[in-house]
Ligand binder design. Sequence first.
Ligand code: PBG
Length: 329
Amino acid sequence: MEFTRLRRLRGKKFLRELLRENTLSVSDFILPIFVVPGKGRKEEIPSMPGIYRFSIDNLNREVEEAEKLGIPAVLIFGVPESKDESGSPAYHREGIVQKAVQEIKKEFPHMGVITDVCLCSYTRHGHCGIIRYGRKETTSFEIDNDKTLKVLGKIALSQAEVGADMVAPSAMVDGQVKAIREVLDENGYRDTGIMSYSAKYASSFYGPFREAADSSPRFGDRRSYQMDYHNREEALREVEADIEEGADIVMVKPALSYLDVIREAKEAFNFPLAAYSVSGEYSMVKAAAQKGWIEERKAVLEILTSIKRAGADIIITYWAKGAAKWIGG
Ligand code: PBG
């Protein structure tokens, strides 16, 4: 049968190449970058070997390297000097992210700069929104939706003002895309895009990130606002809502355990779709590779290709630089 012959022919490299359905490209990648206050800092994150927290004066070298490799955009996370109850350091004009954006845009005007819009690194309690406490503080609390939306709008605006190309709300608060879109439009930032963390699951794979961004909740967990991993249809409703609210790119996060959700979101809406291969996905492979139990390069290319094959147009990955080199070489 034809099929059998084709299988035998697959032994030939040229045919494998001709028949390849999905190919990773550097132009698919977004590189997350952590920025810390101070000078001369480039500190490796213990749970994420090879990933660093940079002070602003060391940022440009990292961005330059990304640009040379052909990575189209970076996603900026700030680790601020101070925190408060309502996360106000997130929208200071001289805030860590605001300064980082200005610095990058000054040196690399063509690099896409996307900024995280969330409160968890900026609040003392470490939750993603403004909290309304119940009678017993720390055991009963809920996110105050309206107050949080106001703050998220302020953060997004402060980032647009310093030149962010896109803002990426990750707080999983209802209505965040609409609220941010309105604030940006009202202030003349119609061309600032929104990449929304639409289907963000409450996941154990965020552990290393929380160390990197100092954003662990001090009490409780995020299950009241992030999604339950048993659910699939709910993810589609979240994605649909964000598209209706005006998102330019929607996202599924994490990636590896949610390939089915990526596929369905792509098929259901045929809308620009990002997948975030999160910190835990990175650290797992790194740890196994360090023990010699897995071949990092092969495993990473397989994982990233599976995310693309699932339907993601964009992959946010801590391997962006490494994979760019592997694909190129
Ligand atoms: C903040 C945020 C998180 C991540 C991205 N933005 C952590 C969280 O929700 O706890 C996780 C990214 C990663 O693990 O790489 N809301």
